[in-house]
Design a protein around this ligand. Sequence first.
Ligand code: SAM
Length: 271
Amino acid sequence: MSGKLYLVATPIGNLEDITLRALKILKEVDYIVAEDTRQTLKLLNHFEITKPMISYHRHSKDEKEKQIIDKLKQGKNIALVSDAGTPVISDPGEELVKSAIKENIQIISIPGACALIAALISSGIDAKEFTFLGFLPLNKKLRKEKLNEIENSTKTIILYEAPHKLQTTLNDLKETIKQRQIVLAREITKIHEEYISGTAEELLSKQQEPKGEYVIIIDKCNVNEKNNFELMSLEDHYKFYENLGYEKKEIIKQIAKDRKVKKDEIYKKFL
Ligand code: SAM
């Protein structure tokens, strides 16, 4: 019988955030697959866990994945961890999980710390609906597309960013979303944890030399403030929501709401 693949979340700073279940699984499995074995070794030493490790990172070759899948097929239980937080989330593991599912290997999630969730819940920004975009792409065209998405998003946006790229990203946001509220969640669970809010421009003046780790939380676009729909043609109004990825039914409902008319009236115009 095949072994199980455990996806184990580890702390994002404060080691006390490891869960009891994570510790139990790390002690019980046959192998720990780690993004950076030196980093994981520090965690294991702290909790006095000794276990054979296999390194698995962004540049790991298919052979490495095959080696892990073979071990699982031989009945070995394996825990996958990343350097910090939840594996797979802007971290390696997705391909391994997909391959394991194809091989009918049981996957078990051991949830715990995840920077995007920790940042969102403390930001004071609307947490009912949100879009996580991970790190913004460096490629100019792809980056522009993501910035457009942020500009028009009617949901809270969450980004990860490295400290040395924070200023560039805030400058791009300053051009794109000017007055929207942003919260920088810095060094979550660590000694210098703080939440700094303001527009991109205000944050640029507050964060002269960004240090540590940051999550960027961006307030949603208030479409009614941004657009005077009554001055728009019905077709442009329709296209506006279509570009946001809305389905026809939702678009008609939203147009009727924006224009304060009955849904049927709009529906007939698009028949
Ligand atoms: N898998 C991780 C998770 O579950 O959050 C994320 C890994 S990603 C490679 C690393 C990014 O997460 C950092 O660049 C930063 O944006 C964010 N991050 C991780 N730990 C953080 C912390 N303690 N405070 C703020 N942001 C953090």
